[in-house]
Design a protein around this ligand. Sequence first.
Ligand code: ACM
Length: 384
Amino acid sequence: MTWRREAGSEPWRVGVLFSQSGVMAVIEETQLRATLLAIEEINQGGGVNGRELVPVIYDPGSETRAFALCAKRLMVEDGVTTIFGCYTSSSRKAVLPVVERLNGLLWYPTLYEGFEFSPNVIYTGAAPNQNSVALCDYLTETYGSRFYFVGSDYVYPRESNRVMRDLLRSRGGEVVGETYLDLRAKRADFGPVMRQVRNAGADVIFSTVVGYSTVYLYQSYLEAGFDPRVTPIASLTTTESEVRAMGSEVAEGQITAAPYFQSIANERNARFVSRYKKRYGDDEPTNMCAEAAYFQVHLFANALAGTNTMATDIIKPAVLDSDFEAPQGRVSVSAATSHTSLWSRIGRANRAGQFEIVRQSAMPVWADPYLVGRGRASLSATVR
Ligand code: ACM
């Protein structure tokens, strides 16, 4: 195989694939913004080896099929090899055959269900051992072990719940009910779910609802008269941005597990938050998905500075084992799994729409996408 070396001062063109419309825009638009912020920072610093990064952006409109079509268009018509994109696991799974067949590199900045390895993906969001394990411990120790699962109806919630069910059972708990709703579910669809939760006598509502219907879940919870101090909603996907969409008073007291919260107190995060707000508005929060979208562009640019080519077979080895001082703390990409070591944190939403961190790992947690055991050692060192 021969490598085509990018010549002269042509810009580096990269694909960007996040929904700006439809039910997923509430979170994917923040990933787009953070991606563009990182690109802007890199360009302001002179680009990569003197060449600007230029994003080629499509809006798949929260439609799974459109992700595959846009990815193909990026690679075949626009000549792009690197794509930053995807939130839902269904969109990632739609893009996978495209990047695998055409040997592209997808940078995926979203927590997901694990149990996947593609040679054409760098995974920068949390695998289950980096969020579900600590969350299950915290919930069973604090609220009880009868969980009701509420999720959106697609691959991530169902697979993520399979993992959570195993974790819960191994701690002596049980799943007392399970409901999946369409990604486009309406507010009225959640009323009956709240009645089922009450009848089941749940201690915790474990939510894998994503996108705009998250707002309806939390509103319906409040309307049904639940108390988050007794029976909280605990989630892996409800971030500061969904909280902003529902109103911070609606989410107060609810629990989320994530590698990153806007409230993390360190210099790097202060700079990230301040730049994000300067560019997108004071009332626009950052969140875990935006942070991963941001730091993965920096990981990419650092690797590109060394390889000076975006050819997947050359740049990918340069990405593996690389690290970066991210807003969440130092992160590194594992050469064994192409997943990223991330921090594990539990946050409780406050009245201001921010998460107060109630637990965190003492160090980054090794990604263990197949839950074979690695990563547990670092998780055990949790700071309470
Ligand atoms: C997800 O679909 N991976 C949140």
